[in-house]
Design a binder for this molecule. Sequence first.
Ligand SMILES: Cc1ncc(COP(=O)(O)O)c(C=O)c1O
Length: 369
Amino acid sequence: MKLEQLDTPALFVDLDVLESNLEAMQQRINKLGVKLRPHTKAHKIPALAQMQIDRGASGICVAKLGEAEVMAAGRIKDILITTPIAGETKYQKLIDLKLRHPKITLIQVIDSKEHVLAIGNMAKNAGVTIPLIIEVESGQQRCGLDADEGLIALIKLINSTAGVSYEGIQAYSGHLQHTKGYEQRNKVARAAVKDVFEFIENELTEDDLRPSIISGGGTGTFEAYQGLSYTEIQAGSYIFMDNAYQKIGDEHQNDINQQFGIALKVLTSVISHPKPNRAVVDAGTKCLSIDMGVAEVESHPDIMYQSGGDEHGILHLPSTHCPELKLGQKLIMHPSHCDTTLHNFNQLVGVRNGEVVTTWQIEGRGRSD
Ligand SMILES: Cc1ncc(COP(=O)(O)O)c(C=O)c1O
């Protein structure tokens, strides 16, 4: 089947670009001498996680326990859950997941004493051990405790609590990923974790305090930390890219980041053309998320997309050189944010040279639990 024959709206990925993004990131990470543990919240599909592992990734990250369940069922063997969980129901789900898949490495990020005591107690009673990574404050002021004596006390608590083990530190500065300009982005990203690494290097020197894993970094900042002791990078969006990430710039001073290409796209149809300067497509916010700006129309930089609500996308057409649009005409959109766009679809279609060659169920879609 040809791409244009797909019913719309359809989410698809250009497989040549996706594969080249996977190779490019793995090579860049290899050059940095660290491991790649890609964040799969971008794609939520075990088969794509396996493609990342086949190219050298050491394991994966997921944002939520629900996503971890999907990845474990999809035979992914090394999973880091990067968001703290809380409450008995969640702790039980974590332990049940470990019991269902005793051989996988399942690491949970935490940032408090309560997490350690509750997870430790339930894990011990179930006869399993859950490895823990402590999130530290890295400028985002989201989760994470400060790198000070409190961090040492928490590591000591983990070390003395049955049912949990201390694996390391997560230092992730999500708020800086889209800082414009490569040099500037690297500068602010390093500055955001400077105190953390000083503390790790000066205070976490004893064997039982030293982190085995130091995890962090994203598609915007993965090259910022050379010389710091990160052991792995958690970048995720690079697999697809999106128009927000495209605009962050690269090391060659290009305003448009050329490190990775736009692989993720949405095929949409013109459903109405009520005025010469306005057409409407069948992709509203239930398809194209707007949390990071709006989608762009491929090959038509003059056309401005605006959300027209849940099901409608309004196209503002330029008065001059107006492309002729017909009802039913298909257009390709570049989403502004890959993670939240994936969340809107059940299936991702794989396309090569304009032909549909595969379809994946987006198994982690809707798994915000
Ligand atoms: C903790 C954590 N690590 C890594 C990532 C991946 O970042 P990106 O998709 O920007 O590469 C995210 C994304 O939100 C994240 O929350």
